[in-house]
Design a protein around this ligand. Structure first.
Ligand code: ADP
Length: 479
């Protein structure tokens, strides 16, 4: 026996250790060594709930054959006495451990404590077996057969539920007293909390790790797309410049003919289509990585929409369509990013042209209602079935998925447009009747930047080398 002071010191040490837990397994192993010192018992085991049973998580002093012979304590369904695991025939109430993990005890019996622990200083005492036999049928189980005379079984609880048990055995009689059992119960309370905290800690660490991996994947993905897009742009530009040189040479040499012209046009148009795709991928990648920012200034939105609309007149008319611009207000200053507004409108206008047959009118209108600017692009084209009105704003969604599609495209444009509108705190929706046409409506809030009181002039910066409009309208052609 150890002195009461030594006992108290050891209990304190164990509780401190459990409070500062970093690694559950190594702490449990070390606690078991301390418990051996505290109880002077030969065999100590910690059984924790896992997959419906209570396997030994950590133990010391039990023989391998003892551990193997230990009953399964499966208690998946606490309302049943029998274990309900498919391949387990054990009745978990046959051994005392099974009763303890099920919280099955009678506080009136002296070998149970009020907290549901079991303890005895001599498993061979005739009175004990009699009393227990009334309670459970198999007191002479593995422990007794293995010669353990002192046995203590303390439940471990977490949030009021029993999650395991501490099993302390000795082949000597009389190893326990009630105070020691109460100390062991206090240790098991600390153990339950430590397991809880450790699980939270593990979960947090796992979450952190997952977040780190996700961020890493996003970074690699982002860098890949950015690099790939830049790498693709270079050869496309080279091809485009070569085509332009070839056209100029053919013209100079006077060897121009119908076929040369047609094939060079096809090659050039497909370069523009590739540039549009690469630009869209670059924009979407930048948006996804949070690197896409608006450059806001105050602009007259009515003038801006009119200028952009008129800039595409030739392209729309090339397809035999009429282009109309109308407005219900003279001018209205709002804060916006002109480059992104141009992207929004050029996407909507190129779609209106692309999805119109060779007749009809494309109408752009600017109005103001309820502190909002309403920009609409209306066509008299093929229209969109009702069930697809929402889907078309999703990324890579194209309604015509047939192998031989009637219209070129990648299903990125409207997803990008929606994001750009939303970045302006606006909304976009569509009204459409199949066979009659569609109307895309963009609503932007009327907000101005206070620090720049004068409105800037809108000037579309058209890249000298690659005409932006050629790129936007590259899907609209006939071979
Ligand atoms: P795409 O490059 O395929 O045109 P978008 O994102 O711009 O991609 O459009 C997605 C889909 O929405 C298109 O494939 C088309 O089916 C439909 N759509 C877009 N605009 C119109 C329109 N004005 N009229 C009819 N259908 C349209």
């Amino acid at each position: 026996m150890i002195s009461p002071l030594e006992r108290e010191m050891l209990v304190k040490n164990i509780c401190t250790k459990l409070n500062r837990i970093t690694n559950l397994k190594s702490t449990m192993d070390s606690v078991i060594t301390d418990l051996k010192k505290l109880t002077k018992c030969d065999a100590i085991g910690l059984r924790l709930h896992e997959n419906g049973d209570y396997p030994y998580y950590s133990y010391d002093g039990f023989s391998k054959s003892f551990i193997l012979k230990e009953n399964s304590l499966c208690v998946k369904d606490a309302s049943k006495d029998k274990c309900n695991e498919p391949d387990c025939n054990n009745n978990n109430l046959e051994c005392m451990c099974g009763n303890i993990v099920k919280g099955n005890f009678d506080p009136e019996l002296s070998f149970f404590t009020k907290k549901g622990s079991f303890w005895t200083n001599d498993t061979n005492e005739p009175w004990l077996s009699e009393a227990i036999e009334k309670y459970t049928s198999n007191i002479r189980g593995n422990c007794v057969k293995s010669g353990y005379l002192s046995v203590a079984l303390i439940p471990i609880k977490s949030n009021g539920e029993i999650i395991g048990l501490l099993q302390i055995n000795s082949k000597q009689k009389g190893m326990f007293d009630l105070q020691l059992i109460e100390y062991l119960e206090a240790i098991c309370e600390a153990l339950g909390m430590a397991i809880d905290n450790n699980l939270i800690h593990i979960k947090l660490k796992e979450d952190e790790e997952l977040l780190r991996i996700r961020e890493m994947i996003e970074k690699v993905k982002f860098e890949f797309f950015i690099n790939m897009s830049h790498e693709l742009r270079t050869p496309i530009n080279v091809i485009l410049s070569t085509i332009q040189l070839m056209s100029a040479n053919i013209k100079k040499e006077g060897t121009n003919n119908e076929y040369n012209e047609k094939y060079l046009k096809i090659a050039k148009q497909n370069c523009f289509r590739l540039i549009r795709l690469v630009n869209n991928i670059l924009d979407i990648t930048r948006i996804d990585s949070g690197l896409y920012e608006l450059r806001m200034s105050n602009y007259d939105i009515v003038e801006m929409i009119e200028k952009i609309t008129l800039s595409v007149k030739d392209f729309v008319e090339y397809k035999g369509l009429k282009l109309k611009f109308s407005k219900s207000i003279g001018s209205r200053i709002i804060a916006c990013d002109p480059e992104k507004i141009e992207m929004i409108l050029l996407n909507l206008l190129s779609n209106a042209t692309k999805y119109s047959e060779y007749k009809g009118t494309v109408t752009v209108r600017v109005e103001s209602k309820n502190e909002k600017i309403i920009i609409s692009v209306k066509d008299q084209g093929i229209g969109i079935p009702k069930e697809n009105l929402e889907k078309i704003f999703e990324r890579y969604k194209q309604l015509d998925n047939s192998l031989i599609r009637n219209y070129e495209g990648y299903g990125i444009g409207l997803a990008l447009v929606k994001t750009l509108v939303e970045m302006h705190d606006g909304t976009i929706y569509v009204r459409s009747t199949p066979g009659k046409g569609s109307k895309f409506i963009v609503e932007l809030p009327i907000k101005v930047l206070k620090d720049s009181d004068k409105a800037a002039k809108f000037n579309s910066k058209i890249n000298k080398r690659i005409d932006k409009l050629d790129v936007y309208f590259s899907d609209i052609y006939e071979l």
